[in-house]
Design a protein. Structure first.
Ligand SMILES: C[S@@+](CC[C@H](N)C(=O)[O-])C[C@H]1O[C@@H](n2cnc3c(N)ncnc32)[C@H](O)[C@@H]1O
Length: 271
């Protein structure tokens, strides 16, 4: 994903509100208030592991992330006595997982994932792995971000047709439906879903960097990039049109501000 963990650490206030909302759902669904082992999937730089420690005080937290730089950063900046971080792709076949993580099969009481699973396309393998890790009364609490339907803002018919030829991203229905189907085929049928639209306000110059995340999400689905070298620019423009609102207020430092609407699906899944 080519994103510097320290930059992410700085701007991740964007992810904090959704993470807190997931923690609220954990508290509502785990009535005995005991958290022997919590796994944070796509833990990034370790911010959410720290938040989990503060909010629900688990006995043990294991953070996993596919990106070695994120894990190195988490170990250096967000290490805690009861926390371990591992490089691990959630969608890797189970028998290839890190051996220490394989030992956690059937032991994880809460699987938590904030702002990460929209990167995972092999949902069938990922959900099988989650089902394997979960303890008998375990709960999965996670969210999936949908980056938005930008075809509808593509303007003239010609431009829109060209974009649709070059970019075949899945619809929201496909993305969310695919996860529901995958959980069911992993034997997890007790699924509650909540849709909501958190809003974040950023200084414009911060958003200019952050917008590269959704741009990269769409670019995974490029079918043909020839003849459109400025695809990043086109995507930036369309994403902004789809979900941004320039604000008349300035930040206390006098910076221009922008409000971004997100489309987020929270899942709570019980074994
Ligand atoms: C936007 S960050 C979220 C970080 C953290 N959860 C937070 O809320 O601050 C998404 C993270 O998901 C990780 N990720 C993407 N695909 C993954 C996969 N297949 N397995 C594990 N982690 C993955 C990325 O490396 C990245 O660190």
């Amino acid at each position: 994903m080519d994103f510097d963990p320290s930059t992410y650490q700085e701007i991740s206030f964007d992810a904090i509100l959704p993470a807190k909302d997931l923690i609220k759902q954990i508290k509502e669904n785990n009535h005995d208030n005991k958290y022997p082992l919590v796994m944070d999937i796509g833990c990034g730089p370790g911010n959410t592991a720290k938040l989990l420690a503060k909010e629900i005080n688990p006995e043990h937290i294991v953070g996993v992330d596919i990106d070695p730089d994120m894990i190195a950063f988490a170990k250096q900046h967000n290490a805690m006595a009861n926390t371990d971080y591992y490089i691990q792709d959630i969608s890797q076949e189970w028998n290839q997982w890190d051996k220490s993580l394989q030992k956690l099969a059937g032991k994880v009481s809460i699987i938590f994932s904030n702002y990460a699973l929209h990167w995972v396309r092999e949902s069938e393998t990922a959900t099988k792995n989650m089902a394997k890790l979960l303890s008998n009364n375990g709960i999965i609490v996670m969210n999936i971000l949908y980056c938005g339907d930008i075809y509808r803002n593509a303007g003239t018919d010609e431009r829109r047709a060209q974009l649709e030829r070059q970019l075949r991203y899945p619809s929201e229905q496909q993305v969310i439906g695919q996860w529901v189907t995958a959980f069911k085929s992993a034997g997890l049928n007790r699924i509650d879903i909540k849709y909501w639209e958190p809003k974040s306000i950023y200084p414009v110059k911060v958003y200019d960097e952050f917008i590269q995340w959704p741009v990269n999400w769409y670019k995974q689905f490029l079918t043909d990039s020839t003849g459109n070298e400025d695809i990043d620019k086109v995507l930036r423009e369309l994403i902004l049109t789809d979900r941004a609102r320039k604000m008349s207020e300035k930040s206390p430092k006098g910076e221009d501000l922008i409000e971004i609407k997100q489309e987020l699906w929270n899942f709570v899944i019980r074994k």
